[in-house]
Design a protein around this ligand. Structure first.
Ligand SMILES: [Zn+2]
Ligand SMILES: [Zn+2]
Length: 362
């Protein structure tokens, strides 16, 4: 903060000197260019902005510190603050760099190309734009990290468990992309689930009690082995998410919401597949590693009244079961076999229907 003030004070004094003896040939680009190397300070300032705000909130409300609150009050009510609170004052330095860019663009437009200051102003604008870009990146990274922390803290589920087989959400390479609720088709009804999309993962969860509260994670998809499938014929803005261990149909609230999810999911999955391929040196022809057979989508219970193998009607005694290999609903008699189905569980035999059993034996 002090460094930022110093650099700007120096610039202000230098510009004042130039303005005292202003004429058509006066330059200011050289002075602006002189501060360029110091602009990186703005980047570290922007990076720490969020944690500074958090710390202020912490001592204001979570663990109130009387001395600190009095100091804040004294500062915010001081005439020099012009009724601004601490947060809006602290954001000002971050907004400074884009303003420098605008100012320079304006200045360039009004400077003839043969003016002695012209070239200086061009280089200056380039440097300033670069710093503004770096600041934006730094802010985006800090935002993503904060989102990862927030989501991580909202999970009741333990990391390293079956539904959440990672050690932490907060990692340098992880970027938070999107979150939102979708209706997931479960066995007998559609249930609201919260989806979190990262550059490498798709996690979905539900509230353990009445919201807002902690979340129970249902499943974590690794994007390199996940795919989506638009269901154009299905009513209710439906699409499928298919992956290892689980595949299912989800319903969006509107066609726009569905398109948004489908678009961002397919873009993110594509990028992650390319990244994974490079990282593990996988040939494009080794399709099985990048696009393994996804788990079967289960047929919803209410869509079927007869066993899809023997056509016998279901009742209280003849109950519905799902074949883990094809997703069909079948009766117990038609699904006595247990087999390893790679797309569902790699280490445990699961229920398969007689049709699949015959096929798998071939
Ligand atoms: Zn049957
Ligand atoms: Zn089957």
């Amino acid at each position: 903060m002090k460094h930022i003030v110093n650099v700007n004070e120096t610039l202000l004094n230098d510009l004042r000197e130039r303005f005292k003896n202003w004429n058509d040939k006066t330059q200011i680009g050289d002075k602006l260019f002189a501060i360029a190397p110091f602009l990186k300070m703005y980047r570290s300032y922007a990076e720490s902005y969020d944690s500074v705000i958090e710390t202020i909130e912490y001592y204001k409300s979570k663990r109130p510190n009387k001395q600190f609150i009095n100091l804040l009050w004294a500062g915010e009510t001081h005439p020099i603050a012009k009724h601004n609170n601490i947060k809006s004052m602290l954001i000002l330095p971050i907004q400074r760099v884009p303003r420098y860019v605008l100012l320079l663009n304006d200045l360039l437009k009004n400077t003839p190309t043969d003016h002695p200051d012209y070239n200086n102003l061009v280089s200056c604008t380039d440097v300033m734009k670069e710093v503004a870009q770096q600041i934006n990146t730094a802010i985006a990274q800090a935002e993503s990290r904060n989102n990862c922390i927030r989501i991580q803290e909202s999970f009741e589920t333990k990391f390293g468990s079956k539904s959440l087989p990672i050690t932490t959400l907060v990692e340098a390479h992880r970027i938070f992309i999107k979150e939102g609720t979708l209706l997931k088709q479960c066995r007998s009804e559609r249930k609201q689930r919260i989806f979190y999309l990262f550059n490498d993962l798709l996690i979905y969860a539900h509230f353990s009690g009445p919201p807002p509260g902690k979340l129970v994670v249902d499943h974590t998809f690794k994007l390199e082995t996940t795919s989506t499938n638009d269901l154009l014929t299905e009513s209710g803005f439906a699409f499928q998410i298919k992956g290892q261990g689980k595949s299912f149909t989800v319903y969006a609230e509107s066609p726009e919401q569905k398109q948004e999810w489908l678009h961002i999911l397919s873009e993110t999955i594509k990028k992650q597949k390319e990244h994974f391929q490079r990282l593990h040196n996988i040939e494009e022809t080794e399709n099985s590693k990048l696009n393994p057979e996804p788990a079967a989508v289960w047929v919803p219970d209410d869509q079927v009244i007869l066993c899809q193998v023997c056509q016998t009607e279901f009742n209280l005694i003849r109950r519905r079961h799902h074949c883990r290999n094809c997703g069909k609903i079948i009766c117990g008699d038609c699904s006595k076999s247990r087999r390893i189905v790679q797309s569902v569980k790699k280490d445990k035999e699961v229920r398969v229907c007689d049709e699949c059993q015959k096929q798998l034996l071939q």
